[in-house]
Structure formats: C-alpha cells, structure tokens
Design a protein around this ligand. Structure first.
Ligand SMILES: Nc1nc2c(c(=O)[nH]1)N[C@H]1C(S)=C(S)[C@@H](COP(=O)(O)OP(=O)(O)OC[C@H]3O[C@@H](n4cnc5c(=O)[nH]c(N)nc54)[C@H](O)[C@@H]3O)O[C@H]1N2
Ligand SMILES: Nc1nc2c(c(=O)[nH]1)N[C@H]1C(S)=C(S)[C@@H](COP(=O)(O)OP(=O)(O)OC[C@H]3O[C@@H](n4cnc5c(=O)[nH]c(N)nc54)[C@H](O)[C@@H]3O)O[C@H]1N2
Ligand SMILES: [Mo]
Length: 829
C-alpha cells in the first residue's frame, strides 16, 4: 500500500514519488490507540506578540521565541533526540542581508521587454517595482508566451528543496497555477538518486532508494558487519524532506555502544567513519563497481556465494557469470583486476569477500556512487553483491539505501497520512512516482541540453522524445545556479530564454540570473502543517506562523493566486479556500483516516492551539520490519514488481533498449574522466559531498559560514601529499580549475582524504567575478563550475555531480572580495 503523500513529492507537477514503508503501514490491526496529544495550553500567541511558537523546518521542529514581533531565539523541540547544530543558521536566515526585500525586475527586460540583452543576466542590474506591477508583468508574460508558442514553451519543472509544509509547497503551487492555465513542461526524477531510481525498478521492482530499509532496531540486534559504502549518515541524516525526527542518531549510538563492526568505503574518512572509529577503505572515486566486481569474483571462485538464494530469488546470474569470470570478454573481474582500477590491494578485496560472507553483513549504500557517469551500475551491482551473499530478507543482512537519508530505518508509526495541496489533475494511482504532470516532461538534469537543443531527439529509459522549444522558465523552491552541473555551459544555455522568473526569499545565484524576482516568505512567516519523520511518521506538526512577513515578501500561494486572478483562473486555483481552510481540510482528512484505524485525533482547534506535535504509536511489528522479508518468505505470493518477479541480475527489458552505455547486467564502464583513468587530462578528482553545515545552498548566507569558511571561501580538503607537490600550505587560497571552469577555495590539509582526491562540498554560492560572463572566476567556491553536465546514460539521463577532474594551484595576487553575501546593487539590501 504505497503511501502517496509521504513520497518525496519533488515532482513539479505535484506528483508524489516517495514509495516506502509498505510493511510498516500494512500493520492495520493495532487495536484502539489514542494518539497522545501532549498537554495543551502552551504559551503560544499569534504573530506579533511575545511568545514561543512551535514550527518546523528541514532541520527539525523547534520553538521560535518572539519578542516585539521579531524572532530572537530558536529552542529545539524537546523530543528531538539530536537537534541539528544548524538551527542558529535557520534563525539568521530570516533576517539575513541576502533576504530579497521587494519585487525586482532586470532593467533591460523591464525597459526593452522579453529577450532583451539576455547576456546581461547575472550582472545584478535590477529595478524595484511594486507588487501590482510585478504581478501584471508575470501574468502578461505567461499569457504572451503561451499564446505565441504554446504551453510546451514554458518550463516549470522547478527542482529543489523547497521548504516543508503541506500547503505552502511552492513547486506544487506553481504546477497548480500553470495547470489551471493550460499546461507546461515539467520534469521527472531528481538530482539525488536520478540513476538508481530509474534502474532499480528493473532490478528489484521498486525504486528502493526511498523505501524503508530493515529498521535500525533489527540492525542493532543482528548486524555483525555494517558497511557504509559512499554514505555519511552522521552528516546527511540531519535533515528531512519533511521535518526530521533524527531517529537515526540514537540508533547509531546503539550500534557504536554494542561494538558492531563498521566499515566505511569512501575516499574521505568522513564524520561517520570518525564517529564509529570505523575501519576506512579509500578506493579511487568512481571505481566502486570495479571493487564490487572484484569482491563478487572472489565470492564466486571461492564458492562463497549463496547458490540456493540465487536460484530461488534471482534471475540472470548465469548470464552475469561469464562476464565476471572473463569468459565472455577475456577479462576476469578478479581481485587483481579490480585492484588496478580502484587501488584497494587485491588481498584486501579477497578478504572483504570472505568477511562479508562469514558475517551478517548489511551493505548500507549512499547515493554519491550513482551521481556519476554510468551511475546506474553502482546500485545494480550492490544489489547483485547482496544477492550473492544471500542475506537479503534476513534480519540485519542484505542492503539498505536510506540509512543515511532523512533517518530512514526509524520504525514507522501507525498514524494517518496527511494529504497536501495538489498540482492539478491527479495521476492514476500506482503510477505516480516516475511520471510527471504538465504537458511534457524531461529528465530533470537535462534542462541545459533542452535549452541547447530545441526539437532534437533524446533517449530516456526506453523512450525516444524530442526536447521542447522553451522560451520561459519559472523557478520556485530550488537553486539551479547551484545544483546543476557545468555552470558555464548552463550560463550560455540560459541566454536562450526570453524570460526567467524566480521566487525565493534570498538572493541566490538563481535569483540573480532572473528577469523577474518575487520575494516569498519563509515558513516562519505563514501557517502550515507537516509530518515529523519521513520514515518515522511519528507526529503531525502544526507549523504556526511565527512572525509577519519580512519586508514585502508574500506567500507563494498568494502570489500564484494573484497571478491566476489576473488570468481569470483565480477560483480554480484557490477553490475558494484560504490558508487556514486548506490546513484544516488536510487535518480533517487525516482524522477520518485515523478513525478508520481506530484512533481518535482531537478536533482541529484543540490540536492547533496546543502548540505541541500530535504523536502516534509505533507498533512492535514496525520495530521488527525487515526489508524484503515477505519476498524471502514467499517469493511467489510476494513476487517483486520486476518482469520476472525476482531480483534481476540480467534484465531483458534493458537488453531490449540496446543502449551502448547501459548493458543488461551490471558492468564496469570507464567514466569520461576519473582518477587513474586511461584518457583523463586533469590529476585531481573532486568529491562534492553534501555539506555538514548547510542544506545544499540553504544557510550558506548565514553565520554558520564563519565556522567553516577559509579566508572567506568555501573549504577544499586536500591530502598533504598533493599539496606538497604544488607548494600549497594549510589555509592557502587556491584556484581550482579545469577546461569547464575555475573557482577560488580555501585549503584545509588533512589525511582524512585520500591522495588524488580533493573535496569541495556542493551548495557554495556561485559568485562570478564578472557576472554573466561564461568562464569567469567564481570567487566563493561553487563546485559546479567544474563538474560535468553529461547524463549518467541513456537509461536514466541523471546528473553526474561526482564526475569531475581538476587541478589546483596556489592563488597569487590580490584576492577579489566575495560579493555574493550582500544583496545586488539597487535591491535595497
Ligand atoms: N556537484 C554536485 N552537485 C549537486 C549535488 C552533488 O552531490 N554534487 N547534489 C545534488 C542534489 S542530491 C540535490 S537534491 C540538489 C539540491 O539543489 P537545490 O534543492 O536546488 O538546493 P537548495 O540550496 O536546497 O535550494 C532550495 C532553494 O529553495 C528556496 N526555498 C525554500 N523554501 C522556499 C519556499 O517556500 N518558496 C520558494 N519560492 N523558495 C523556497 C531556498 O531559499 C533555496 O534557494 O543539488 C544537486 N547538486
Ligand atoms: N547536512 C546535510 N544533509 C543532507 C544534505 C545536505 O545538503 N546537508 N542533502 C540531502 C540530500 S538532498 C541528499 S540527496 C543526501 C545525499 O546523500 P549522499 O548522496 O549519500 O551524500 P554525499 O555527501 O554525496 O556522499 C556521501 C559520501 O560518499 C562519499 N563519496 C563520494 N564519491 C564517492 C565514490 O566515488 N565512492 C565512494 N565509495 N564514496 C564516495 C563522500 O565522500 C561522502 O562521504 O543527503 C541529504 N542530507
Ligand atoms: Mo538530493
């Protein structure tokens, strides 16, 4: 029973995609349970007065202290087991100097109309306009473009980490506004798991990357060897798509306390590795498939693989073996072969195979390993490895792909599902997760190729389609001038647009490259409702308005309602409801569901005024959930959703596509560039991990930066050996460069990164020395100046943020000042 509203609803169409927790939600027969509404009558007041008001964010639930109409402090919700250290940054973001204060229009666009001086985007020459004027301009331009070029000339596939909240879900609101006005181009997939989520349905019958893994209590009890493979859960579990429960943290404490053996396979000795005092293996980046093949080869040749499991639960192993042994291509994928590619000694690889087979082993795979050229292969091969070990469906064994994300593995409570605002026409049930609404859809990371190649054909997941001819792009709740790869190529492609419209509350690089910028509120300036725990689903949280909108900001909802009003579709957009009307309706729908589960929720007003989250019980069954156990128990009755009903190590469906870059069984393929690669030009691989003290680019403009910036720039981890050869010392300012771009960064020397690799986290704000000029130096350190924009393969067409080679030199001369943390000229900042 998929749980639609808790899928990660990144579809700009409002299409929800997160399918998980099948086991836990199916545990209907709980008996009458009363959700514990904690003592009501807290000190909450409406916005404006002095109060402590409960609300929530991607970083957790908290009470905001309000004095004289201003937020003066944040106190974590008392039930949060590990509040994020980023909360002070959340507070700072509300009043940040980078806050967008007023509606702004780029001067050339305002004076000369759509398409004027598009190379001038990013120069920061904005003119303040009134809301009336701004809304008129947007409505008129949407109307003009649609009439002249049709709905497929409007791209509104806005991707990104908009704030939580079931109503103020700006991307769904955008798609709702454009759906009632005739359609638009949307996108499928996301930047997080773009490759894995397309291949895994062929392999295990579901996307798996967002599903509940075997829960932590089972891991703590049964796992003997816990392998974090390209995963850093101590860092990345701080956040949630909804409001995080942080349940992974006490679980990881328990793993550590019990002394369970932990192994980290990662070019960086990351926070997780250090937290557990774990064994660290540092392969060359982008070579994990080779390493896995080397392990698989040892398993096979030493007869350590579980032939019975493979025979009963999988298909295609016989087609994979000739590749593994080299019978089909003359190259045995043995430990020695793997070792030459990944630089882990052959003996260690053989030893890994023996240890994995002799212990109850959990392969906890992160997602970096698929955000790479041919990234589809990584998770396919990891499932294959787990299948050879034969522990899938056993307590504490097999694989899990969400231990590092949004506290996956937290047992799921038996509460109702909160519905939310929808984008327009609802997709047919069961088919939601990879489809997208709108008139046309492109794979999310192909946005630049789309702009470069209107009308040209492209392949995607067995389908051939043509790129639409887009004239207008509309972005809300995302920062493509951070998240997309190959910034300079993007910059040029963006010049093709007549018009680029953005809502945000801060002057991101994206807003700086827009023609029309509309200031929206933060979550703390509006009322909403959300669940706590993407996987735990432990509470329903009232996200109460804390303060009045800052400067002239308005809710995305109200902005779209006003635009629709101007286009004659206001009523279709609002359905006659206001903010509290919607929130109440979501709560009431949940209440009806709860009653079906024999749980009584309080009436809305009691819940809303209590200033406390509403808790739901967790069943014993949920605490014992084991991924794929039902399949293991009865593979016929509980067949997987693949063509064969089994785990597919060979896929006939993929074979039929005949893609040269995605063969029908897991395969090692050289990425376009890599450390030690046969044709690679630059010497250093750039690892662009997710940042510890930001959510991507969010909070980069806050006080938190002081805790990590080096000479005011984004830090670059570097091994002392690589630094010595280049005459670089700890704390130096460096220029990182390749043929795609260049940027400044501040160096931190450490043995925690392997030689040949450097690390600059994604999410640093793009700060061009010469705005709008392709190839210009980024003064702060946006790593996507250097990454490649190619797709993973024709199958998924996902982003390859982790495919990037570059070089580093000490920066000479006077460093240019960083400007991006101030508002642009004339923006009232
Ligand atoms: N090289 C490299 N690149 C990467 C990655 C990598 O590993 N390496 N990771 C990729 C991944 S996994 C992801 S998910 C992406 C993340 O990319 P994004 O999700 O685009 O990054 P964020 O910085 O979270 O941007 C969210 C924006 O939404 C705005 N926002 C928040 N709430 C609201 C709201 O209510 N209304 C409006 N209008 N705006 C709002 C925020 O202010 C912020 O500017 O980056 C990708 N890019
Ligand atoms: N604090 C914080 N938490 C976050 C986010 C954030 O921005 N900040 N973003 C959230 C989002 S949207 C997502 S998608 C997830 C991302 O979750 P992931 O994609 O798993 O995170 P990454 O940081 O990209 O990579 C995890 C680890 O993989 C390692 N790694 C990189 N390349 C390789 C490789 O080639 N081989 C191996 N073996 N290891 C490699 C990195 O060093 C890092 O330690 O995190 C989520 N959590
Ligand atoms: Mo992501």
């Amino acid at each position: 029973m998929p749980n639609e509203n808790n899928y990660r609803d990144t579809g700009a169409s409002g299409v929800s995609r997160r399918r998980f927790i099948q086991g836990a939600l199916a545990t209907g027969a709980l008996g009458a349970a009363s959700p514990a509404l904690l003592a009501a009558g807290a000190r909450a007041q409406g916005a404006g007065g002095n109060a402590e008001i409960l609300t929530g964010s991607h970083w957790g639930a908290f009470y905001a202290k309000v004095e004289g109409g201003r937020v003066t402090g944040l106190r974590p919700w008392e039930k949060d087991p590990r509040p994020s250290h980023m909360l002070p940054g959340v507070l700072d973001s509300i009043y940040s100097p980078t806050r967008i204060r007023y509606p702004m229009v780029r001067r050339a666009w305002l004076e000369h109309g759509p398409g004027a001086d598009t190379a001038g985007r990013g120069k920061g020459d904005f003119v303040r306009v009134s809301w009336e004027k701004a809304l008129d301009l947007v409505a008129k331009e949407l109307d003009r473009v649609r009439r002249k070029h049709g709905p497929t000339s409007i791209f509104a596939g806005s991707y990104g980490w908009k704030s939580p909240g079931k109503l103020h879900n700006c991307q769904t609101l955008l798609s709702r506004a454009l759906t009632v006005n005739g359609g638009f181009v949307s996108r499928s997939g996301d930047y997080s798991t773009g490759a894995a989520q397309v291949i895994l349905p062929y392999v295990v019958g579901s996307i798996d990357v967002y599903e509940q893994p075997t829960v932590w209590p089972v891991v703590v009890e049964h796992t003997e060897l816990l392998v974090f493979w390209g995963a850093d859960p101590v860092v990345t579990n701080q956040i949630g798509w909804q409001v995080p429960d942080h349940g992974a943290f006490p679980a990881m404490d328990a793993v550590k306390q019990k002394g369970i053996k932990v192994l980290c396979i990662d070019p960086v000795r990351n926070d997780t590795c250090r937290f557990f005092g774990a064994e660290w293996l540092a392969p060359r980046p982008q070579t994990d498939v080779a390493l896995m093949l080397g392990i698989a080869h040892t398993l096979y040749t030493e007869n350590l693989h579980d032939a019975k499991f493979l025979a009963r639960y999988t298909t295609g192993f016989d087609r994979f073996v000739p590749y593994l042994t080299g019978k089909s291509d003359g190259v045995p994928k043995d430990a020695k072969w793997a070792s030459e590619i990944c630089e882990i000694p052959a003996d260690t690889i053989r030893d890994l195979a023996r240890r994995f087979a002799s212990k109850r082993t959990m392969l906890a795979g992160g997602w970096s390993i698929q955000r790479q050229h041919h990234g589809e292969q990584a998770h396919w091969m990891m499932v294959t490895l787990a299948a050879m070990l034969g522990q899938i469906g056993l307590p504490g064994g097999g694989y899990g792909f969400t231990y590092h994300y949004a506290n996956g593995g937290s047992p799921t409570a038996t509460g109702p599902v909160l519905p939310g605002i929808v984008g327009g026409a609802k997709p047919p049930p069961g088919s939601e997760w990879l489809e997208a609404g709108g008139t046309e859809t492109i794979p999310v990371a192909r946005v630049v190729e789309m702009l470069e190649n209107p009308g040209k054909p492209y392949d995607h997941n067995g389908r051939r389609a043509n790129y639409p001819d887009v004239r207008l792009a509309y972005w809300v709740g995302g920062n493509p001038f951070m998240h997309h790869q190959d910034r300079n190529r993007m910059l040029k492609a963006w010049q093709k647009l007549d018009t680029f419209i953005v809502h945000d509350f801060q002057w991101t690089a994206t807003a700086r490259h827009a023609d029309i910028v509309l200031p929206c509120t933060t979550s703390y300036e509006r009322n909403d409702i959300e669940g706590i725990g993407d996987y735990a689903m432990s509470h329903i949280l009232a996200m109460r308005k804390v303060i009045d909108p800052v400067y002239e900001s308005r809710n995305d909802y109200d902005i779209f309602a006003s635009i629709c009003e101007r286009l004659g579709t206001g009523k279709a957009f609002t359905e006659g409801r206001d903010e509290m009307g919607w929130i109440r309706s979501f709560y009431e729908a949940a209440r009806v569901q709860a009653r079906g589960k024999r749980m009584e929720m309080p009436v809305f007003d009691v819940f809303w005024n209590s200033n406390k989250p509403l808790a739901f019980p967790i069943s014993e069954e949920a605490k014992g959930y084991i991924r794929h156990k039902s399949f293991r128990d009865d593979p016929l009755l509980n067949a997987l959703g693949t063509a064969s009903g089994r785990i597919e190590i060979y896929s006939s469906n993929i074979a039929r596509m005949k893609y040269d870059d995605c063969p029908p069984h897991p395969t090692w393929m050289e990425p376009i560039e890599r450390l030690g690669g046969p044709t690679t030009k630059y010497p250093l691989h750039i690892v662009s991990s997710h940042p510890k003290s930001r959510l991507h680019s969010q909070l980069c403009g806050t006080v938190l930066r002081e805790s990590y910036a080096i000479q005011g720039r984004e830090p670059c981890l570097m091994n002392p050996e690589d630094a010595r050869r280049r005459g670089i010392a700890d704390g130096d300012l460096v220029r990182v460069f390749n043929d795609r771009g260049q940027m400044l960064a501040g160096v931190r020397l450490t043995d925690d990164i392997r030689p040949g690799a450097i690390r600059v986290c994604e999410g640093a704000w793009y700060d061009p020395a010469e705005g709008g000029k392709p190839g210009t130096l980024c003064r702060y350190g946006d790593v996507n100046n250097l990454t490649t924009g190619i797709g993973t393969s024709k199958l998924a067409q996902a982003n390859c943020g982790h495919t990037a080679m570059a070089d580093v030199e000490k920066f000479k001369g006077t460093p240019p000042p960083v400007e991006v943390f101030k508002a642009p000229r004339g923006a009232g900042g």
